[in-house]
Design a protein. Structure first.
Length: 270
């Protein structure tokens, strides 16, 4: 019996590579995204396409119902859809802050709600939430993005205990610097929002740092392989740090005091 996987944010980057790799490993994969027109490569790889916006209730319900109608089960949910919109807290409109939460946390939570009745009935399943090393540390101008990723970490840790009784695993993936459009979007928004405000000096230094990180980051396939490893594992770890110096950065975050870490991080922007 083929296992059924749903991957959100599958039109590019980590989601795209994950959907392709899961299909290669024998899963029946549904790749969900707003931009289905960008998913021709996935269709050619045998991935079934779903138009889904994780901020739109109807599209999520419709997508899950389509999978259940066709397959009668869901074994893996990869909550990958998300984005980072950077800017100083003082400069970012609250409407934008709320939208980041809608995409990065409430969409993730609602889609999880929709698949859980089926997974509980099966007494099996995996919820794989794509967090970030940004769920364990902060950075200037990333207050709202990091707040959403801290929320993903807390939600996942709590949900893991709730669902253990039903044989459902909850896994957190914590990527480091990855070469995707995420970085360019974050930089562009940072400069647009704070590049000419009172925060402009540090904001421009930060944008330059992000650009350097982007050039030296890991390819999305590195994270995809980690996600598939968790999907295939009988007893997956609760969290996986992967790619882009993730393990090293998290190690230093653990051993340094808050003020020491702040000093080191800010020094990278000189």
């Amino acid at each position: 019996m083929k296992r059924i996987a749903l991957v959100t944010g599958a039109s590019s980057g980590i989601g795209k590579e994950t959907a392709k790799l899961l299909a290669q490993k024998g899963f029946t994969v549904y790749g969900a995204a707003r931009r289905v027109e960008k998913m021709t490569e996935l269709k050619d790889a045998g991935v079934k396409l779903l138009t889904m916006d994780v901020t739109d209730e109807d599209s999520m319900v419709k997508g899950v119902n389509e999978i259940l109608r066709n397959e009668n089960r869901i074994d893996i949910l990869v909550n990958n859809a998300g984005y980072g919109s950077f800017g100083a807290l003082e400069d970012v409109p609250i409407t934008e802050a709320k939208y980041q939460f809608e995409v990065n946390i409430f969409g993730l939570a609602r889609l999880t709600q929709l698949v859980l009745p089926t997974m509980r009935k099966q007494h099996s399943g995996k919820i794989i939430n794509i967090s970030s090393i940004g769920g364990k540390l902060g950075e200037p101008h990333g207050v709202w993005y990091h707040a959403t990723k801290y929320a993903v970490e807390g939600l996942s840790d709590s949900l893991r205990m709730e669902l253990k009784q039903f044989g459902i695993n909850v896994v957190i993936i914590e990527p480091g610097a990855i070469i995707t459009e995420w970085n360019s979007i974050a930089r562009e928004n940072l400069l647009k929002v704070s590049g000419n405000s009172d925060y402009k000096i540090l904001a421009n230094k930060h944008a330059n740092m992000l650009e350097k990180f982007d050039k030296n980051g890991s390819k999305p396939i590195v994270v995809a392989k980690t996600i598939v490893k968790a999907a295939l594992a009988k007893r997956p770890k609760t969290r996986y740090a992967t790619g882009g110096g993730a393990k090293v950065i998290l190690f230093f975050r653990r051993i340094l005091s808050d003020k020491m870490f702040d000093t080191v991080f800010l020094s990278l922007m000189k």
